[in-house]
Design a protein around this ligand. Sequence first.
Ligand SMILES: Cc1cc2nc3c(=O)[nH]c(=O)nc-3n(C[C@H](O)[C@H](O)[C@H](O)COP(=O)(O)OP(=O)(O)OC[C@H]3O[C@@H](n4cnc5c(N)ncnc54)[C@H](O)[C@@H]3O)c2cc1C
Length: 580
Amino acid sequence: MKILEKRADILIIGGGAAGCFAALTLAKERPELSVVLLEKAGLRRSGCLAAGVNALNAYITPGHVPQDYVDYASKDADGIVREDLLLQMSEGLNDVTREVEKLGLVILKDKDGSYVSRGWRNLKINGENIKPILAKAVKAAKNIEVLEHVDVVDLLKDASGHAAGAWGVALREEAVVYVRARAVICATGGAAGLYRPNHPGEARHTMWYPPFNTGAGYAMGLRAGAEMTSFEMRFIALRCKDTIAPTGTLAQGVGAPQVNARGEKYQAKYGNTTSERLYAVVSENLAGRGPCYLETRGISEEAETSLEKAYLNMAPAQTMKWRETGLGPRTADVEVEGTEPYVVGGHTASGYWVDGDRQTTVPGLFAAGDVAGGCPQKYVTGAFVEGKIAARGAAKHVERAKAEAEHRTNATAANPAGNAQTSSYAPVQTPDEIVARVADLLAPPDEPPLFTVDALEEAMQQTMDEYAGGITTGYRYTERQLDLAAKHIDRITRLSGDLHADDAYGLLKIFELQERLLVCKVLIEHLKARKETRWHSFAENLDYPEKDEAFEKYVNSRLVDGKVEIILRDLVKKEKEAVR
Ligand SMILES: Cc1cc2nc3c(=O)[nH]c(=O)nc-3n(C[C@H](O)[C@H](O)[C@H](O)COP(=O)(O)OP(=O)(O)OC[C@H]3O[C@@H](n4cnc5c(N)ncnc54)[C@H](O)[C@@H]3O)c2cc1C
């Protein structure tokens, strides 16, 4: 493979909502800094925003204050959130909304020119083109170099443990990409495809979360020694059956209540947090009262048309299903089901453990959006805010790094024999070492491997489904099952070491499998460590079916010598107690 080497002040990994906003912030506020953005797919249609969205789910509407949003998100996660991060994020929501509107996003307005809201924290938009709008602005920025179709595999660190860049594979050029940088922002989104999904075979990618957000950012951070938080707070979406389209538009848009097969409204029995809404459906199905629906029958013609349009903006399959079957929401209630579990820090609190600048525990490595933990319910606008905060934090870090480098040069001139105490930003791993590793994976094996990537991926998903609380078990698990899951995931990981690739795409598939396996391994340990059931369905531990005050803590983890080390941390309640 060829090698493509680059240098930048700041490297951004992942050009989704958070990555694009980080880039735009650096373009606007720090045009003197050089920035490289590596994106696995095409920037115009990648990540969560690929198909468009129809609402900005996080906004502070008139009559509300940021603290209201903190309270709401904290209640939804039963207290296991970083209130400091949530408050900082909430304070930035309205600014980024105005900024993205200026870029060209259509936000619906009423006759007085005020934004049209859906509920108290949600704005209606025409968001089919939100990603092309962001991509165009990023590509127009002079100090941002975008490399698309580059799958980033791992971070580079220098001898002092600072992040010093990253490397990946350019899928269309068959090249290794090696980028040295003084600061790195990881914005690769969450992890899908860990569990057996709703649909089999060719349809398996009909899932809610983007199938190509494989948890790469979590995996590279773990391998680099970064601390993670709250993986066990899985996110399982309640979605329209078959299309896996969002249900919020039905529930909030036309006020459709959940009903079971007997037409009974059951939600009040279970509570109304995000996990409780899912748990209600699971429980009604288990009790033999399923399937469950969102009751839309009888809505007006106007409401039906508006729903059809809304779904065209974000999940066109749902509108197509209504049209194809001739059973629109006015004629038939919409059946709902739970998806497979995801690890996604934009909905729940899983991800990197970060400080107020969104710096991780690896100096020089920042995280934003769904990959960053502690700050749930951030959605699109929250990811924008975090991208902005991380960009500012990374820029500050670069300034410090440059000053240190100058200091080091002066110190070395004064004392040539002295050892530098600070970071050198010279990666320990050389390009040649990485090319050799990749060449090894591309070399024809002595014997054909026993398993394909797809076979191992299926085995991984089956293990997670059956033993780590997937769809099959109604999202429930026991410690004994988790032990079995851990054993199988370790075995599959070992087998993945025998895989070989024919080309860059084959490499991508191996790397994706291996990063998912690592996320599964850490997730299982988190599920084991939380010996309580705080969030029904999201983490339903049958050995500990009740909530336990002893677990009013964050479950955090680090990878030490290939083993997962669990760290229980006290809750951070107020901004002044923010972890630095
Ligand atoms: C289907 C769906 C509908 C949604 N609807 C709404 C909505 O209506 N309103 C709302 O407010 N929120 C919505 N959300 C949530 C919101 O879109 C996300 O929270 C937000 O986009 C997350 O931003 P992010 O930058 O962290 O991730 P993403 O936007 O997904 O960006 C991650 C980027 O990283 C890239 N990447 C991944 N791995 C690698 C790698 N190894 N190397 C290089 N690049 C990599 C991906 O290709 C992607 O471009 C929705 C989410 C989904 C999945």
